[in-house]
Design a protein. Structure first.
Lengths: 463, 487
């Protein structure tokens, strides 16, 4: 809760910085702010479990705090990655936009009312539309922003319509009230209530870019500046999943027959489409975009196993943490490689990276191993938890499909590793990177391995 | 404690070797692997002295809420397999002294880290840990084959990796499935081997069949069993010699060992139903691979196919679920590991000294180097299982075991003896005897390290053939435990 205030305050401060000329101190200020927000999260742990805020609009329970923790930690790493991004023009605007997006993300972890859900999604999305287009003179960036805006607005429209229908059926925006209404009047819910649930489902699937609602994602990911892509695929995704989970595990858990089957089809489609298309990509950035769809499918599988209670929640928490950390490392490397190659992140650009910058190659290897789900990286445990949730349910076939597509996944992740170690580089000069980025790479790599060795901390967080 | 050391020493050694440079990494690696061998000998004698010794068991909690333990322990079978691993790794390292590898520190570091994973696989008493070590063993060998392999290694290594990874993921699913049925009474799920055995037996036939095929896929790919073998010949031929030795000498045994410890007692019902089919595949693989081996020109590829034939017999013996079959499987695993390392070294020596491994282009090497001819002969005879060589004990028991299962199957499986003799003797005749070909002229004398390795292998072939009792006793004891669990 306090984190939300701090980030909002920082956002407003960032806008004032242009007028009062303290742009220079903004960057350290933001980093400190995030650390403070993170630390304050600990003081709230277990404390305000049942205290509703603002007429029960928002509720920072432990689940919300845990997801906020992931988002704040990732955003800290992201700000280190993005230090260049805040050096040219529009510094204060960029800061403000990112910070407000974070505010939206935090709201999505903690909403307890449909209105806060909508507010959170909009507060998160609108800055993202602008940020996607923030390389103003670049056609691809403009296209990305435009596409993102159109698709995102559509999704928001679906969401609003769905919320309205649900309100019509249950007479409430409050998540708990809706849940109670479902459990009391399970048999006599009107048809348009189910339509509402499905509309909300579609909107959320848009936001997490699951197939067949994924068409915007690759273009937007590729066109946006690399750091913004990193932001989208980590923080935005985590927030969207926190919201997805709260909606469908908690609120609509009682009507899972309605959305379960549809979700399983969506997952199967996402697994197949994303992995096969990713395997055919030449651009690593685009490949990561497609692979993020496949990871979304895995997280959706955890939601699908909706009778497992907190096990599902901690599986999603672990998955989003593992995926975010791995992605930050991968995008840091992609960022530097593409900077070296005038913006191209083609696979050839990675050729011989092991010779040109061994540290980056090692860290990228660990990141790829983690995304591919090889032990003892965090990505392995992430997949393991999802599998163990679903095994023995009627969705065994999804696991088999997930395994088969994972093998395809190994193909494209390892293509990068092979290129780095095995292909001769076009240029032989070394690459220099900031020491802060080197530290970032080391840190994310260590966390990836540490999470794989001791997953206890995350998985047992809810007791 | 000792068992913990056995796992941690190669890991630390591997990381240390990464930090060395040039020739030093070589010597460091050899030194550490000899230390590791000494440790495993200590474990071997400890086991003789007191099988229940606390030195041989280690059990710490890893992830409490999921019932995952870092539980390792050495029983009769794992002592043997660990002994094999730690015996072969120094030989493999020693045999590489004449090969100039780029970045030797990474090469030897990876070998040692792989050794850690292999020992872990053989010692694991926790299903999850077993899986983790199983996968960990794959990463170093992938990089060894990829970075130091022959031409076209990218695609071939990749095929190998995807095959094995796919198999192991299915194994993971099978294991999780069994795991999810543990703790029915207590409510506490557990990955411990004994709990998995109990849970596996409580499943009905359909569930067991699902588990059986999931896990069998992983082991079948690793060994490999027909028709899952297609990755193997190319990978063996393209990998650097040391990589091939690791793959065939030790890694292959992960599959057969897995069958004994992690599949048979887990799904006894499914084994009754599907064992016949699995044995059929294994036996078909024996004949199929032997026939292909007969027409091979490349000596390394010939050994690769012969390896499929041998492992087919091992698998058939194990799947027959008889005391002799399993015990013979264990003995043959040991013998095959030793012989195949020797044979691959010979293939490497041939290539280094004559520039070719093509059997047709070789000939008359005996007249250039009689010493080499004798060493080669001994190892080759071990491989065709002549009495008083190491291959005999295992093969005899294996065929005996398969015979108890079915006489017809044994008749087909027995063909391996004849076919094996055909391709082994014929290739020996072509390469070593006959008219001296141009390629043989420059053969010259062997390098010291090669000679040393060959001597050690020959010694093992004969010693183990003449006096197999200590190993055989252990294999018998280990098999008895498995047989009890099968009931």
């Amino acid at each position: 809760m306090k984190g939300l205030f701090i980030l909002s305050g920082l956002g407003i401060l960032a806008m004032l910085a242009e007028i009062f000329k303290f742009k220079k101190v903004l960057y350290p200020l933001v980093l400190i702010g995030i650390i403070v927000a993170y630390a304050l999260g600990f003081t709230e742990w277990n404390a305000n479990f049942n205290i509703p805020m603002f007429s029960n609009m928002i509720r920072f329970d432990n689940v919300a705090l845990a997801f906020s923790g992931v988002i704040l930690a990732t955003s800290f790493f992201w700000f280190i990655l993005a230090n260049d991004y805040f050096e040219k023009d529009h510094i204060t605007d960029h800061f403000a936009l990112v910070l407000f997006a974070l505010v939206g993300a935090l709201m999505l972890t903690a909403f307890s009312n449909m209105t806060t859900l909508f507010l959170g999604i909009e507060i998160l999305s609108i800055p993202m539309y602008v940020l996607a287009a923030s390389r103003k003179r670049d056609l691809a960036s403009n296209e990305a922003g435009f596409k993102y805006l159109i698709m995102g607005s559509f999704a928001s429209g679906f969401l609003l319509f769905g919320i309205a229908l649900i309100y019509g059926a249950t007479g409430s925006f409050d998540l708990m009230a809706i849940r109670a209404y479902i459990s009391h009047n399970g048999s006599e819910l009107p048809a348009f209530f189910y339509a509402g649930v499905l509309l909300v489902l579609v909107a959320m699937l848009f936001k997490v870019s699951a197939a067949p609602f994924h068409f915007w994602a690759p273009d937007v990911y590729e066109g946006s500046p690399t750091v913004i892509t990193a932001l989208m695929s980590t923080i935005v995704k985590t927030a969207a999943f926190a919201a997805f989970m709260r909606l469908f595990l908690v609120t609509f858990g009682g009507v899972n027959e309605t959305w379960g089957m549809i979700l399983s089809v969506v997952i199967a489609l996402s697994l197949v489409v994303s992995n096969i298309t990713a395997a055919a990509q030449q651009s690593v950035k685009r490949m990561l975009a497609y692979s993020s769809i496949s990871h979304a499918a895995f997280m959706l599988m955890a939601i699908l196993a909706n009778n497992r209670g907190m096990a599902s929640v901690s599986a999603i928490l672990y998955y989003s943490l593992a995926y975010s950390i791995g992605s930050i490392a991968a995008f840091t490397v992609v960022y530097h490689v593409s900077k070296e190659e005038n913006g191209s992140s083609n696979l050839e650009a990675f050729n011989g990276l092991a010779k040109r910058h061994p540290l980056m190659a090692v860290c990228m290897t660990v990141a790829m191993l983690s995304l591919a789900g090889i032990p003892v990286t965090s990505g392995f445990f992430a997949k393991y938890f999802v599998f163990s949730l679903l095994i023995g349910t009627s969705f065994n076939w999804l696991i088999i499909l997930a395994i088969l597509t994972s093998a395809v996944g190994v193909y494209y992740y390892f293509k990068v590793i092979i290129a780095m170690y095995f292909k001769a580089p076009a240029k032989h000069d070394g690459i220099t990177i900031d020491s802060s980025h080197a530290v970032l790479l080391l840190l994310t790599t260590l966390i990836t391995i540490a999470l794989g060795l001791v997953p206890n901390f995350v998985i047992e967080i809810f007791g | 404690m000792l068992v913990g050391l056995l796992i941690i020493v190669p890991l630390i050694a591997g990381l240390l070797v990464f930090g060395t440079k040039g020739k030093a990494s070589h010597q460091f690696a050899l030194g550490f692997s000899i230390v590791e061998f000494a440790l495993s000998l200590a474990a071997f004698f400890q086991y003789h002295h007191n099988p229940a010794s606390s030195e041989l068991i280690l059990n710490c909690t890893w992830v409490e809420s999921l019932g995952i333990h870092f539980a390792v322990g050495l029983d009769a079978l794992s002592v043997l397999m660990v002994l094999l691993t730690t015996f072969l790794v120094p030989l493999i390292i020693l045999s590489s002294f004449k090969n100039e590898y780029e970045k030797p520190n990474a090469f030897y570091g990876l070998i040692l880290i792989m050794q850690m994973a292999l020992v872990g696989v053989f010692a694991a008493n926790d299903g999850f840990l077993f899986y983790v070590f199983w996968e960990l063993a794959l990463i170093p060998i992938y990089f060894i084959c990829l970075l130091w392999g022959g031409e076209n290694r990218g695609a071939i290594t990749f095929k190998f990796f995807v095959y094995t990874l796919l198999g192991s993921l299915f194994m993971l699913v099978g294991l999780i499935y069994v795991y999810s049925h543990t703790g029915v009474d207590t409510g506490i799920k557990s990955w411990a081997l004994t709990d998995l055995y109990a849970a596996g037996k409580s499943l009905d036939i359909n569930q067991q069949s699902f588990v059986f095929w999931c896990i069998f896929l992983a082991f079948g790919i690793k060994m490999p069993i027909f028709p899952l073998h297609t990755w193997q010949p190319d990978t063996y031929v393209n990998a650097p010699t040391q990589g091939t030795m690791l793959l065939s000498g030790i890694m292959l045994k992960m599959g057969t060992f897995g069958l004994i410890k992690w599949l048979l007692p887990l799904t006894p019902l499914a084994l009754e139903k599907w064992g016949g089919l699995a044995i059929g595949l294994s036996v078909f693989g024996i004949i199929y691979a032997s026939c292909i081996a007969i027409v091979q020109k490349d000596y390394k590829r010939l050994i690769a196919y012969s390896s499929i034939a041998h492992v087919g017999l091992i698998a058939a013996g194990i799947l027959s679920c008889t005391q002799q079959g399993i015990q013979g499987g264990v003995m043959q695993m040991l013998a095959h590991g030793i012989n195949v390392v020797g044979l691959f070294l010979i293939a490497d020596i041939l290539l280094r000294h004559t520039g070719t491994r093509d059997i047709d282009k070789l000939g008359g090497i005996r007249s250039m180097n009689g010493n080499f001819a004798v060493l080669f002969l001994i190892i080759m005879l071990g491989s065709v299982a002549l009495p008083l060589t190491n291959g005999f004990v295992g093969e005899f028991l294996l065929i005996n075991g398969v015979y108890q299962y079915s006489a017809t199957v044994a008749a087909f499986a027995g063909l391996t003896v004849i076919l094996g003799a055909v391709y082994m003797l014929r290739s020996y005749q072509n390469i070593m005897l006959g008219e001296r070909k141009d390629s043989a002229i420059a053969f010259g004398s062997l390098d010291g390290t090669d000679k040393l390795v060959l001597y050690i292998v020959c010694f093992a072939v004969i010693a183990f053939g003449v006096y197999p009792k200590p190993l055989n006793d252990l294999a018998e004891e280990g098999t008895k435990i498995i047989m009890q669990n099968l009931k």
